[in-house]
Design a binder for this molecule. Sequence first.
Ligand SMILES: Cc1cn([C@H]2C[C@H](O)[C@@H](COP(=O)(O)OP(=O)(O)OP(=O)(O)O)O2)c(=O)[nH]c1=O
Length: 192
Amino acid sequence: MKHMILASASPRRKEIFELAGLSFDVVPSHVQEVITKERPEEAVMELSGQKAWDIWKKTQGDEIVVGADTVVVSEGKILGKPKNEDDAAEMLSMLSGSVHQVYTGVTVICEGKETSFYEETKVRFYEMEDQEIRDYIRTGEPMDKAGAYGIQGKAAVFIRSIEGDYYNVVGFPIARFMHEMKKILSQTKKGI
Ligand SMILES: Cc1cn([C@H]2C[C@H](O)[C@@H](COP(=O)(O)OP(=O)(O)OP(=O)(O)O)O2)c(=O)[nH]c1=O
């Protein structure tokens, strides 16, 4: 049985791993994240890889290390976490009344070999009034989340529809991950 490490400080990712009944430890990476890729789907895989390798290098090499990164893309612009409340307001007014994409990239390192993939979910927001945006920001919820909202939290009331995996928006596409893990483990000697 291989030991699994989730290289993430995100409480959401930890909860999703627990939901799936996985046995794992959490070791967050504090690596300096550097984006060299222009396309968001490549950028999230690149960043998830940086987090996973950062932690893998600190292990004995026989662990499975998992890193992830989530961004929101609206009108072709990549939105990470807001820098401040004004930034959050700007992001939310972009999302208001329109459709955007959420990309989560995942990197799994197993036996020193990297597998990376991403999932895309489309999210449509109802129109948000300026006062609603201000009130939502005041809850503090947007500040640690890509695109300045939490679909699993108080932003639920603004979500008109989603297309794709809900958990991908929350920060980790668990079903795709389990599917990929079956393939990865079938190629290892002992399995998990
Ligand atoms: C869009 C959206 C994002 N998020 C969160 C998921 C991620 O935690 C966060 C995006 O930031 P990330 O940089 O992907 O992750 P993180 O800094 O929280 O954790 P780590 O780098 O250590 O793995 O936004 C939600 O919780 N709900 C949402 O609806």
